[in-house]
Design a protein around this ligand. Sequence first.
Ligand SMILES: O=C(O)CCC(=O)C(=O)O
Ligand SMILES: [Fe+2]
Length: 370
Amino acid sequence: MAPSVDVISPSAPTPTGKAALTQESTPKNYIREPLKYSGSLDAYKNFDVTPVIGREFSDVQLTDILSDDNKLRDLAITVSRRGVVFFRNQDINSDQQKVLGQKLGELTGKPATSKLHRHAVNNSKRNITVNEGKLDDEISVISSDVNRQLYGSRFSNASRHLASEGWHADITFENVPSDYAILKITDTPEDQSGGDTLWASGYEVYDRLSPAIQALADTLQAVHYQPRFNEISKEHKIDLIEGDRGAPENTGYSFKATHPLVRTNPVTGWKSLFGAAGQVESGWIEGVTKRESQIFKQYFNQLIAENHDLQVRYKWNKDDVAIWDNRSVFHTATNDYDGKRQGNRVVSLGEIPYYDPASTSRREALAAEI
Ligand SMILES: O=C(O)CCC(=O)C(=O)O
Ligand SMILES: [Fe+2]
């Protein structure tokens, strides 16, 4: 709940722990020139799935480029520019997926302290095994069985909501949220369509704001809050003791963090609307009235969910992989099937979100590149 004052005042400073980075330190280190793509992936067949977002590579195995740092750096830059990149029919296993998750960020200059994310409401505590049958807290298991236990079936009362309420970016309630996410879908519902995932470009959402609202948005912060995980941890008697979350940057266990409403992506140097949908739905925008916060949240959600020309929708086949940049895209699952669907997801931790006043919007930057 937002505090019951008229103008929502800035929240208390983010809690800091033993090894925590401060809100100030990362931005200074990160304000820099955008990274340049070297062209090393051009030899592989690929196409842009829509003009604004998404690229698909048709004939490359990620395992073939896993030890080629130049190609992986180009891959990370491609993901950051295109928002999400797809690879069909991959043989990558969950350990290799973790190596890839760590390398994409490292090769594009993330802080040396950064790690893969370990969810507080993790696999071990709930005895959920990854597709290869082992427990691994650096892999989030995406499972229709687990989702049905938590949220009920698509025919339950709980499911009678707008499908568009599912838009989010991963773990934005952390002080140091994710840079890249890698999802491999290992089981698709048999003989059934459904289970598509959609992504929307936060860069393009920012570009659709008027200059006046952009100028205001550039100055604001949003509180990201995820009370549902508190409920899950209580339901499953998960004790959120210190140390549970793996990365030293993750201090406090309230699933709550304050971040700039507009975020600069350090890889592209482009501005993206970050404080919207998902965890901001349960949070609020600071520095404006409660009513203004609600109106802005609703407007931003509408820009994400109702502009299908800034979205891409992906139909999964078994063993396909998607890699996205959680700093600059939103995504949502589609709960329209009955069968079993499962996958392994790696989420790597990036930098403390920052806004660089010298950064540009995507459209401005692309126009200047021509
Ligand atoms: O199951 C999906 O399609 C996406 C789930 C999701 O939000 C994620 O993997 O981060
Ligand atoms: Fe997600």
